[in-house]
Design a protein around this ligand. Structure first.
Ligand code: ADP
Length: 282
């Protein structure tokens, strides 16, 4: 459904953030993008929705050449891509419901959204989504009264309200504790399965990527250095992706919650890899 061919990005500062990226994402696949800070993960995600203009290459989403779009065509294409950000990007003084409904701004037009009048079907769907993400009790709360995990759930519901075909997720768990991070990743994973959505998730936590993604793409210095199943992430490959740090392999403590139904794994594949150097994964 999404195909990148020869995508490159050089920023005006001269930094080459991406070189010759070829990637095909089938419908329904959850892809985790991993790599050290500065590898180009955010740039890649932002090239897809054209928040960053690629310098070269082609990006096609279900037949549309995204790099050739502008104006109304670009706005329409962007609506088919739900963006979930690290910092949630919520409007603090608005309620949970209003924040979710703002996901429909592109549809309802400026004046209706200015007066915050949303079509009834949008309100009903927003309520259904808030129920699905476990926030039906909080619809009237102001966004700034929520915990980090709840704020991320609002961000997820808002992204889904525009009925996207693809989710672009940038560091969804960077500000969350480990348990909440797993819950959020599990929710994203389940929603993708329920709605047949493909997702690209830029995630700094290798263990979470392994646990919840169908496929891992490792970026280093703007190039893809690994593309495969989570079980293929050996310590050698992690060293290729992250550099010559010493890798410390340890078994993750068993999660008390139910594990997601992932494809069967090879023995040892549930081991989590973390770099021995502190902060090596951002
Ligand atoms: P990651 O998300 O993997 O940390 P980024 O995509 O943020 O990587 O950055 C990739 C490279 O592009 C880095 O060298 C970074 O300094 C550079 N870069 C990112 N954004 C900009 C920008 N707006 N202007 C100039 N250089 C940038």
């Amino acid at each position: 459904m999404l195909t990148l061919k020869g995508v490159g990005k050089r920023y005006p500062t001269g930094d080459r953030a991406l070189s010759d990226i070829d990637l095909t994402l089938p419908r329904g696949q959850v892809l985790a993008l991993i790599g050290p800070s500065g590898a180009g993960k955010s740039t890649l995600i932002r090239c897809v929705n054209r928040l960053v203009e690629p310098s070269q290459g082609s990006i096609r989403l279900e037949g549309d050449e995204l790099t050739a779009l502008s104006g109304a065509g670009l706005r329409r294409a962007r609506r088919s891509m739900g963006m979930i950000f690290q910092e949630y990007a919520l409007v603090d003084r608005l309620s949970v419901m209003e924040n979710v409904l703002s996901g429909r701004l592109g549809y309802v037009g400026f004046w209706r959204s200015f007066f915050r009048r949303y079509p009834e079907d949008a309100v009903r769907e927003a309520f259904r989504l808030l129920e699905r993400v476990g926030l039906e009790h909080a619809i009237d709360k102001r966004a700034d009264a929520l915990s980090g995990g709840q704020r991320q759930r609002v961000g997820i519901a808002r992204a889904l309200l525009q009925s996207p075909r693809l989710l672009l997720v940038d560091e969804p768990t960077a500000s969350l504790d480990p348990k909440t991070s797993r819950q959020i990743m599990r929710l994203i994973r389940e929603l993708c399965a329920e709605r047949g959505l493909a997702a690209i998730i830029n995630i700094h936590d290798v263990a979470l990527a392994q646990q919840f993604a169908d496929r891992i793409v490792g970026l280093r210095a703007g190039q893809i250095v690994f593309d495969g199943a989570p079980s293929g992430l050996t310590s050698e490959i992690l060293t290729t992706i992250y550099g010559e740090e010493e890798w410390d392999t340890r078994v993750e403590p068993e999660d008390t919650e139910a594990r997601p139904a992932l494809a069967s794994r090879e023995p040892g594949a549930s081991r989590a890899f973390t770099p021995a150097v502190s902060g090596g994964l951002r």
